[in-house]
Design a protein around this ligand. Sequence first.
Ligand code: PGA
Length: 249
Amino acid sequence: MSRQLIAGNWKMNGLLGPGSVLAGELAARASAGTPPGVELLVCPPTPLLYPLAVILKDSGIALGGQDCHAADGGAHTGDVSAAMLADAGCTYAIVGHSERRADHGDSDAEVKAKAEAALGAGLTPIVCVGETGEQRRAGETLSVIEAQVRGSVPDDIGAGGLVVAYEPVWAIGSGLTAKSSDVQEVHGHIRGLLKALFGPESGAAIRILYGGSVKPANAAELLAVPDVDGALVGGASLSAEDFWAIAAT
Ligand code: PGA
């Protein structure tokens, strides 16, 4: 069984000074030993990728981008290619985060193209899916998630890895978390889809992260859910102490 992935999504937070201090604190903790059975990942804003790659080098903590463009390069002002992320030291790229889907209109097809670009650059894409509060209240959660997974996950993941993150939109940054029975219902559904898409063995090996207000106080319950293989942590990843406490759960 692969290790649990605890990923910190810093979002648009972190300047060079405090970001370096935070990464340095994580590297120092990692040098004293990463919690057993856990892989750690930090996804800072793009300008911090390379400086953090230097700080995290040899720490065992992986680095990831928060998005990438589907194209290899060219006239796409303001965007970053998957190869650029890899060049800066990344091994992961988040794609399809609900904030990208909402702020930039990323469609499932675009998310899929970005995930394919990430794979092409040797990165592991973390494909995010999640229902809104309105969709949950309307009983549409599983159908929304299924459509997002079918539409956003690459058809062929080859030898490259894939991670799926289930993040209910209503739970992100709100302090609300899904009940563990609801989390398992969705993760179990995603697991079934991944097995159908990639075969029983490969589908079972794909890590499915939970995200949405994960913090030290609720991490143990969420990470104990059978089909939860780690967490995508926003707010709490901006504190070395809280991020470490979640990883050490
Ligand atoms: P949150 O964010 O932990 O602050 O809710 C999670 C995410 O959006 O990845």
